[in-house]
Design a protein around this ligand. Sequence first.
Ligand SMILES: [Zn+2]
Length: 111
Amino acid sequence: MPGTRDHLATAEVLAGEALAFLRDHQYDMAQVYRDHSDLYLRLAHARHELIGADAPPPREPIVLPPWCGECDGPDLQRRWTSSEKDDGLYRCRSCNPYALSPEDASEVTSS
Ligand SMILES: [Zn+2]
């Protein structure tokens, strides 16, 4: 399904065509293209009102740094370490790209 940006791009192309017909003194054709351009502008506006902005482009896949060899395993979901001090489980600060600073202790899950 076309998104808001697609409708806006179509409206722009149609407006350009309308302008070309206008310059060529083909007023009826200019009116047809102008009306079509207006329709796509309304579609883009309505879509934005109902759905919001188009979905952001997909995120780049995360590149894992080399496994440190100290935490539970090389897979991302195993890059956790436990702490004897507070019996917590933490993302490995050596090799987990989502590792949190100690201040973000709310992410800690007890084991
Ligand atoms: Zn690690």
